[in-house]
Structure formats: structure tokens, C-alpha cells
Design a protein around this ligand. Structure first.
Ligand SMILES: *Cc1c(COP(=O)(O)O)cnc(C)c1O
Length: 356
């Protein structure tokens, strides 16, 4: 078997869920498991997060998969339904929906559902992506409250800069103004807001990335927040080359050895989801020792410097990211965020679920 494996640690998911509750002890937790559980496998992460009060996904199909697997908690479609035919199936399965625009209210008003459906009404507080502007919010909520197809209402928004210097003060102010006098439960906080803005915790928090043990705040490590890596992406050396000075490596010959260099060839490439734009020097570990990549990442393989790891040889274990190499460190080298790397792991990688 090709050795590249993403091992999913259920104990780390459970630990990170406890961290959410440490930070937001009075809120219910809507675990965000969209994008195939941030690349970890939807049902894999649901197992580790079975104690969550709810799960949020994008596609109806994912919600139905969770119901079929026996999860009875609140399930939420974060973009709501895309067409009216999805409303019946969602209502039938007891799946809650976001309502972010007028056409979705009209859909509900015209529907005839087997049972009424729970809605999360979204306010646009400055992200300018989805949601009703604060001035239009009260009338949207009033229409939903009057709609017999609606069983319950929760108010929500999503912050644009919870992870950055501007913070959430202005968005929170807009939210409070737009929702003034409304007695419905509220859901505002993503991971960054959970970790940095306790004033936004409200009734339901919506953690995503922190559950997977990566940081939502680029300047602060996941370890600092007490989070544990859930995915350990590991492979092995499948060949070793010794380059004399002046010899180059890989496509484009972008690395040229200045001294005699021992190079490990790792069974992992961009077709596995490892970013092609990872520059030489990106952190990687061989046999538990931290080293760096060399040259250009190819479709199926990449290169690691093992000059200073003499024991490394064919079959030596390699960690692309996990407990030794934070996914955030790889992301930083690539000019992106851990989210993107985790979501990009492809189906060519073997997935293994462990309890420890
Ligand atoms: C993805 C998403 C989240 C989770 O965000 P993280 O930064 O991963 O915690 C929360 N709320 C909404 C609406 C989302 O789309």
C-alpha cells in the first residue's frame, strides 16, 4: 500500500471540544463539520464530536448522512436551501436552515411542509456576503415569525475580523442594533470569536477550525490555545539520493546542492493535497526529527533534506503535518491558512481513525 495516511485522532477532537466548552461554558456548541469535516471525513469527525449539541454543514446531503448515521442533535445548513424542493427533505429530517435572503423567506411562505422547520436568520453585520442588513432584519424576522412553516427562530451573524486587529466591536454593535428588543436565541461566534471575544458567545457558538486543532488566529499558535492536532498526515521515504555539490533536484532544477546533500524522496505530492506552492524550506519531520523540504513539490512526491538525519532511510516515517509539525507552520510557509491545507487532502490518501 502506498504509505501516505491521514490518521484522525478522536481523542484530540474530544479534547478540542472540551476546550470550546472551557472558553464558552454557557453556550451550546454547533460543531462546524462542513467541507467533509474540514477534510477529515464527515463521519470520522462526527464520531469524535458526538457530544456536540449540533452540527453545521453546507449541503442537505451531508445533513441527511448525519441523520442516517444516527445523530439526533440539531443539524444546520449554513447557506440554507438552494431550491424549494430541498425544503421538504430538510423539514422531514428535522434539519434547521439558515435564512439569509428574501427569496428564501418567499420559498418558506409558499411551501407546504410535512412539519414546520427551525430557521437561523442571518444578519449581515459587515462581512457583506450573506444576510439581511440591520435595517431590514426586523421585517425579515417578523415575516418568519408569522410564517406557519417556521417552528423556531434563532438570530445569527458571522464576523469578518474576529481573528484580526479590528475585532468585532463594530459588527457586534450593528447586530445589537438590528436585533434590538428581540427575545430569540443568538449565534455569533466562530473559533476566533470563541477564543478572543467572550462577549460574543451568546446561546450557540459555531467552532470549526479550533475543533481540528489548528489556529484561527495567524499570529497565535494552536498550542497556545491548548488545542491538539486531529489529523496527522504521514508518509514514508520511498527512495534516498545523495547529491554531490552542483547537482540539482526535481522539476525545474530549483534546488542546487551547495554541499553533499542526502535527500529523502517522500510519497506525498500535490495530488494528495500537499500544496505545490510550498517553497523549499517548508518544515517537515523525518523519524521524529524536524527538517525542511527541498525543491519543487511534484504530483506524487516531494523532497526532504536528510543530510543531518543519518539514520533516515527508505521506510523512515515522515510527518507532513500533525503533532510535531503544526499544519499552521506548513500553511504559513505557503502563505495560506491551515483551513485550506486540511480541506485539500484528497481521496488518494488513506484515512485511518484512532481513539488515542
Ligand atoms: C465555517 C463557518 C464557521 C466556522 O468558522 P471557523 O473559523 O472554522 O471556526 C462558523 N460559522 C459560519 C457561518 C461558517 O461558515
Amino acid at each position: 500500500m502506498r504509505p501516505i495516511t491521514a490518521t484522525i485522532h478522536l481523542a484530540a477532537l474530544q479534547h478540542n471540544l472540551r476546550r470550546v466548552r472551557d472558553y464558552a461554558p454557557h453556550a451550546r456548541t454547533m460543531a462546524v463539520v462542513k467541507a467533509n469535516g474540514y477534510g477529515h471525513g464527515l463521519l470520522n469527525v462526527a464520531r469524535g464530536l458526538a457530544e456536540a449539541d449540533g452540527f453545521a454543514v453546507l449541503r442537505l446531503q451531508e445533513a441527511l448522512e448525519l441523520r442516517a448515521a444516527g445523530y439526533q442533535q440539531t443539524l444546520l445548513l449554513l447557506e440554507g436551501v438552494f431550491e424549494s424542493t430541498e425544503l421538504n427533505a430538510a423539514a422531514d429530517a428535522g434539519v434547521s436552515i439558515v435564512v439569509h435572503a428574501e427569496h428564501q423567506i418567499a420559498m418558506l411562505e409558499q411551501a407546504s411542509l410535512p412539519v414546520p422547520i427551525a430557521v437561523f436568520v442571518k444578519m449581515n453585520t459587515g462581512m457583506n456576503r450573506l444576510g439581511f442588513v440591520p435595517q431590514a432584519f426586523a421585517s425579515a424576522v417578523a415575516r418568519l415569525a408569522a410564517c406557519p412553516q417556521v417552528s423556531s427562530i434563532t438570530l445569527m451573524t458571522h464576523f469578518a475580523t474576529a481573528d484580526e486587529a479590528p475585532g468585532i466591536a463594530s459588527a457586534l454593535q450593528r447586530f445589537e442594533a438590528g436585533a434590538a428588543g428581540m427575545q430569540y436565541p443568538k449565534s455569533l461566534a466562530n473559533s476566533a470569536a470563541i477564543l478572543r471575544h467572550p462577549e460574543s458567545h451568546a446561546d450557540w457558538v459555531r467552532p470549526g477550525i479550533m475543533l481540528y486543532g489548528a489556529t484561527p488566529v495567524q499570529s497565535v499558535t494552536a498550542a497556545h490555545f491548548g488545542l491538539q492536532a486531529v489529523m496527522h498526515l504521514q508518509s514514508e521515504l520511498i527512495a534516498v539520493q545523495t547529491l554531490p555539490p552542483g547537482e540539482s533536484l526535481g522539476y525545474g532544477a530549483t534546488f542546487v546542492a551547495e554541499r553533499e546533500t542526502r535527500v529523502g524522496i517522500v510519497a506525498c505530492g500535490y495530488a494528495d493535497g500537499y500544496p505545490r506552492h510550498a517553497p523549499g524550506g517548508t518544515p517537515i519531520a523525518v523519524a521524529g526529527q524536524v527538517s525542511k523540504t527541498l525543491g519543487r513539490v511534484s504530483m506524487d512526491m516531494l523532497f526532504v533534506d536528510i543530510t543531518d538525519i543519518p539514520a533516515a532511510d527508505i521506510g523512515s516515517p515522515v510527518e507532513l503535518w500533525g503533532a510535531t509539525i503544526p499544519v499552521d507552520a506548513v500553511a504559513e510557509a505557503c502563505g495560506t491558512v491551515g483551513y485550506e491545507l486540511l480541506c485539500a487532502v484528497t481521496s488518494r490518501v488513506n484515512f485511518k481513525v484512532v481513539h488515542g
